[in-house]
Design a protein around this ligand. Structure first.
Ligand code: GRF
Length: 217
């Protein structure tokens, strides 16, 4: 049986991309990573995807006059590659409303904070500045407003008094690599579905949607 075809969109180092590629390499994973698409020619993740034998495509945002024309080109590549589902993994471009609408319920993102707290950038610095005791990451469906879409899965980590943005970010990133493949699996297996703007999860087959992870050591 053919597995649904997933495109991963990246702009940088691609560690979440690799967690998806590695998970999908398991014979029982219900989806195939069909292509990795970058908007930046220098994205380190491109070489990592190629080393893992995943086809890559480039849609350079600098070659497009505006967001609409970039999104049209990106959509064309997704259609050409016969993509069923899109995973944003460190993809640093805002997408236009029409593009997002085209992929509603079929496009997910990972964000390095417990949404709805700390939308946007520099989440670890801001979490430390606010003095929160718990921080984490979120996988959510993408909607036109940034970092707002229905939440699929979250993982929480403790914030330690000794943390710097880097140590906290590393603790969060380790959990991103756990929940992103798990959330993708939920969506592909249709155990998580969008209903009236919220995610409904099939409780009978459920892996825990929220994990609280103790500090290592
Ligand atoms: C991750 O922290 C992800 O949550 C955020 O951007 C970062 C990308 O890192 N959206 P990587 O490219 O997956 O290593």
């Amino acid at each position: 049986m053919t597995r649904p075809r997933v495109a991963i969109l990246i702009s940088g180092r691609g560690s979440n991309m690799m967690s998806l590629i590695e998970a999908a390499a398991a014979p029982d994973f219900p989806a195939e990573i069909a292509v990795v698409i970058s908007n930046r020619p220098d994205a380190h993740g491109l070489a990592r995807a190629q080393a893992a034998n995943i086809p890559t495509r480039m849609v350079d945002h600098k070659a497009h006059a505006d967001r609409a024309s970039f999104d049209t080109a990106l959509h064309a590549v997704l259609v050409e590659e016969q993509i069923d589902l899109v995973c944003l993994a460190g993809f640093m471009r805002l997408l236009t409303g029409p593009f997002v609408e085209n992929w509603r319920g079929r496009m997910i993102n990972i964000h390095p904070a417990l949404l709805p707290s700390f939308k946007g950038l520099h989440t670890h610095e801001r979490a430390l500045a606010e003095g929160v005791r718990i921080h984490g990451c979120t996988v959510h469906f993408v909607t036109p407003e940034m970092d707002v879409g229905p939440i699929l899965m979250q993982a929480a980590v403790p914030v330690l008094d000794t943390d710097t943005p880097d140590t906290l970010g590393a603790r969060v990133l380790a959990q991103e690599h756990v929940i992103y493949p798990a959330a993708l699996r939920l969506v592909v297996e249709r155990r998580a579905m969008l209903r009236e703007g919220r995610v409904v999860i099939d409780e009978f087959m459920l892996a825990p949607p929220a994990l609280v992870v103790p500090p290592a050591g």
